[in-house]
Design a protein around this ligand. Structure first.
Ligand code: MG
Length: 384
């Protein structure tokens, strides 16, 4: 394949750092054009120098000044603010944009990259949850590829390569998180430290809490609905605690294809960046003789109500998934600040969904207003 120019939005986060590990393995295949971060100026500067990056953006003003000082005398251009990211996405000539920011803030840069006809490797699932119809319509209008980075969606995408058969159903696997076997009483007293200890995957704080509540699987069900155009009723969540099968597709002839590997995000990241090539990766191989047993069970919607809320949100549609996402982001951050109990996260999301006016066919403006108002409403709920 020709050498690809990559922009990484959110390069100091977990996905961004692992993407740079992939790129370091294949300096002949990839070059990095742009890196962005919120506040981590020192790490961003280190990455920029290591990978000979031409441009960097810091969202935070103080972090921007720090990076500017650190890069004084170097050829790296330094920009400030989220508007700069959107501006660069609208004009930049790169082969792939890796959208790896956390949360709703990933939406506008993703839309700008698609509008500019740049293929997007999408790790930011919140942008599809909040504005799936807008994102997919834009990608289709522009004929711009949207490549999944989330491990489950990459698994499904890999299972669909070269397939002509019709999809009957998607089987979205879930590790079940650290509280799979907790009683309802135990759920009420979960601490921040316990929730941040995920049994299989090493990830950022927000997604780790989403895994613990299983909201992550709800967000991923909505993400899968948009990416693969499969009705939510045909997307089944299956708990698979070993996290070896990353998801499966059932076809209309009864065949089920799945994708397996040790849990390592570098595989789906590389698959998206190098698509349709599959370069080598030196990560631990599966040893089936050592694996022992695979197990599967249905998720418990009583103890993990966030899954039910996600199915309700996408069934209603319109701006409701955006409300759910915004309320969840705020509640997760309140839990991470140790202001609310673990079980209040789902209650806050449900209460916010119940009081928000529905907009059936939201525009981007509607989505931005919905997100802002949902955050205010959930904060009011959390104060009570
Ligand atoms: Mg995932």
């Amino acid at each position: 394949m020709n050498k690809r120019k990559i922009a990484i939005l959110g390069s100091t986060g977990s996905i961004g750092r692992q993407a740079l590990q992939v790129i370091a393995e294949h300096r002949d295949l990839f070059e990095v054009e742009l890196l962005t971060a919120n506040t981590s100026a020192d790490l961003l500067v280190e990455q920029a120098l290591q990978f000979d990056v031409n441009q960097v953006v810091l969202h935070d003003e103080a972090a921007y000044r720090r990076a500017k000082d650190l890069l004084a005398g170097s050829p790296v251009k330094v920009y400030a603010g989220k508007e700069s990211v959107v501006g660069l996405m609208e004009t930049m000539d790169v082969d792939v944009v890796l959208s790896a920011q956390v949360g709703f803030s990933g939406l506008e840069p993703t839309l700008a990259a698609l509008r500019n006809g740049r293929p997007v490797a999408l790790s930011n699932k919140e942008s599809l949850v909040a504005a799936g119809s807008l994102v997919m319509r834009l990608a289709q209008e522009k004929g711009t590829p949207l490549l999944p980075v989330d491990s489950e969606h990459s698994a499904i995408f890999q299972c669909l390569q070269g397939q002509r058969g019709c999809i009957e159903k998607l089987l979205l696997t879930a590790s079940g998180g650290p509280f799979l076997h907790h009683t309802p009483e135990q759920m009420a007293s979960i601490t921040r430290a316990e929730a941040l200890r995920h049994p299989r995957w090493n990830m950022g704080a927000k997604i780790t809490i989403d895994c613990a509540t299983m909201m992550n699987k709800g967000l991923e069900m909505i993400e899968a609905h948009w990416l693969f155009n499969v009705a939510p009723k045909d997307i089944q969540i299956v708990v698979h605690p070993q996290s070896i099968i990353h998801s499966m597709v059932q076809f209309t002839d009864g065949t089920v294809l799945g994708q397996m590997s040790n849990p390592d995000m570098r595989i789906p990241i590389q698959f998206a960046l190098a698509y349709p090539e599959r370069p080598a990766l030196p990560i631990p191989r599966l040893d089936f003789a050592q694996l022992g047993q695979f197990s599967f069970l249905a998720p418990d919607l009583e103890r993990f109500p966030c899954i039910r809320l996600a199915y309700e949100a996408i069934a209603q549609g319109g701006n409701l998934p955006c409300v759910m996402n915004a309320a969840n982001e705020e509640a997760v951050h309140a839990f991470l600040r140790e202001e609310i109990p673990f079980t209040t996260i789902a209650k806050a999301v449900e209460a916010t969904m119940a009081v928000t006016p529905i907009v059936e066919v939201p525009t981007l403006e509607d989505i931005i207003v919905t997100d802002r108002e949902a955050r205010i409403r959930v904060q009011e709920f959390l104060k009570r």
